[in-house]
Design a protein. Sequence first.
Length: 340
Amino acid sequence: MSRTILGIETSCDETAAAVVGEDGSILSSIVSSQVDLHAHFGGVVPELAGRAHLERIVPVVDEALSKAGLSTTAPVDAVAATVGPGLIGALLVGVSFAKGLALAWKVPFVGVNHLEGHLYSALLEDREIPFPAVVLLVSGGHTLLVDMSSPGHYDVLGETVDDAAGEAFDKVGRYLGLSYPGGPEIERLASNGDPKAISFPRPMLNDGLEFSFSGLKTAVVRYVREHRNVDSADVAASFQAALVEVLVEKSLRAAAATNARSICLAGGVAANGPLRKALTSATEQVGLKVFLPSASMCTDNAAMIAAAAHVNLRDHGATELSHGAVPGLRLRSRHEVRTS
């Protein structure tokens, strides 16, 4: 049996644990979502998230081990946890629990950057992705384009200078009176609207590989205030169309600039149907392969954390137990070459 890693993810509002083999096989993946807990407040409440993680982490890890057919006596070869970015209280629950298990089982602890985990979500479901690949990582807190030459080696090409795509979805959804999270609700509402009804701006569409969605959000709010009788479905559809066009256009530009052979979607917004359809159509036209993660791999999960941990452990070794949670952690370009 290949070396196994238990991954733990508690960066925001999902308590997750998974066991993944070094060959990428997912032996188990358990996710306990807190969406219902936070929906009443229209967003994640940090203190509530931390308390929920404390209540759920033991049963979630136990279930992940059980479904993988493992006992609780030194069952894996390493334990990994998300160390950032994320909510500090939430991160500390997962990091502390993972360190305790690593000490008890006498196995290495591996700290993982949550964003790096997302880079591996597509690889867990398709081992034939041709490199170099461009990864479009779109979530509630982050929007990035990453040039991935091979697993463990990547360059950050561009990121948002203000609101992330998922954040824009949530804010526009809240303004339109939709429930949290806004992304799925806007997609549902937009299905009954005309994406060409309103000509919203395409921020920074022809300006490099950076993103900006704050102005688009403001344009939506201003338009609705000035047109009180506008159909909300048309607003949602037109807003979504503008955002998707920017994401797809910049992904193609990044692929051309890096001579990429494929484009991969990652992050929570990767579940958006119009985005998936538009990116698939665009890549077919230019002869690129596109890889779309399943719904379970789009949202935060621990399988992607364990997958990233395999690469990090192989190339950089274990993480010191003195390493703490880093809520503002960024994704840095990484060029290290394996030496052994």
